[in-house]
Write a new protein. Structure first.
Length: 287
């Protein structure tokens, strides 16, 4: 089952993705589970599954995709987790490299990705995202995959010139991380380490690897992270990017307004976004 979060006619909702459109679960289950995160927290994927045979309500053209989980409690990102990337950055530390993203740094499939105004080194990183379905702490790697609700694609846009001894400033500009187009539930991905992962910039393939190349596997990451923080349903772990990033190319290759960036992961989906310049003034909430 593939599940997406979206806006339709100004109303936030979520649903089951089929070949010809979306079954609107918000319409059917929204009184009990207001969003996809609530559905996961209630361990109610089986309720959604029972509706998967229904006719689709919405065409893809009629909705705007949101990040798969719009407001995760935690977004934990793993750096330097593919052999080629470690070589590019001359990284030798054996422990997982971790940093955080904030929820407002995300955007959805087909939505603009904002190039930070104060960065001239806005880089692409295609990654596998893991969505937690069952929370816990001190989770063993032997049981870790049973805590996974599903998997998605992530474009972890990085302002390289804002990454120094820490990554946070380079990773949290508004709408720089694209998350989608949807999640494939864990039953569709029996082994998260047998998936082709590719990134294209303006139609040119710039990353091409397999999740088998991950150094710290998904189960190990869940074990490690849950040692120091409690995971909850809807939390997201972004598992690292293969080699081929723009920073280490000669000459460097960075994203600019008008570029299209795409991330595709086998059996999950194809995430596509256009880069635009961030506006000069931040949007402010209406009073």
């Amino acid at each position: 089952m593939k599940l997406a979060s979206f806006v339709h006619q100004g109303i936030r909702s979520y649903g089951i993705v089929k070949a010809d459109g979306v079954i609107n679960l918000g319409q059917r289950l929204g009184d009990r589970y207001g969003d996809l995160k609530s559905l996961l927290a209630a361990d109610a994927l089986s309720e959604a599954q029972q509706l998967s045979g229904e006719a689709t309500d919405l065409r893809f053209d009629d909705l705007n995709f949101l990040p798969v989980i719009e407001n995760p409690g935690k977004i934990l990102c793993v750096g330097m987790n593919y052999a080629e990337k470690r070589k590019e950055f001359d990284q030798h530390n054996p422990a997982p490299t971790l940093f955080v993203r904030f929820a407002d740094s995300q955007t959805g499939h087909n939505a603009p990705v904002l190039k930070p105004r104060h960065s001239s080194e806005f880089d692409y990183e295609g990654e596998l995202a893991v969505i937690i379905g069952k929370g816990g702490e001190n989770i063993s790697r032997e049981t870790a995959l049973s805590h996974v609700a599903g998997y998605s694609c992530y474009m972890d846009g990085s302002a390289r010139d804002w990454q120094h001894t820490w990554f946070t400033a380079g990773k949290n500009w508004r709408q720089t991380g694209a998350f989608g187009p949807w999640m494939a539930t864990a039953d569709e991905i029996p082994d998260p380490h047998q998936l082709t992962i590719r990134t294209w910039l303006n139609g040119r393939m710039v990353q091409d690897d397999n999740t088998a190349s991950m150094i710290h596997k998904v189960a190990e990451l869940i074990e490690y992270i849950s040692t120091f923080t409690s995971l909850t349903p809807g939390d997201v772990i972004i598992t690292g990017s293969p080699g081929g990033v723009g920073k280490k190319r000669n000459p460097p290759l960075f994203m600019k307004a008008g570029d299209r960036i795409e991330v595709e992961i086998e059996n999950i989906g194809h995430l596509s976004n256009v880069i635009i310049d961030a506006p000069a003034h931040a949007l402010t909430a209406a009073h």
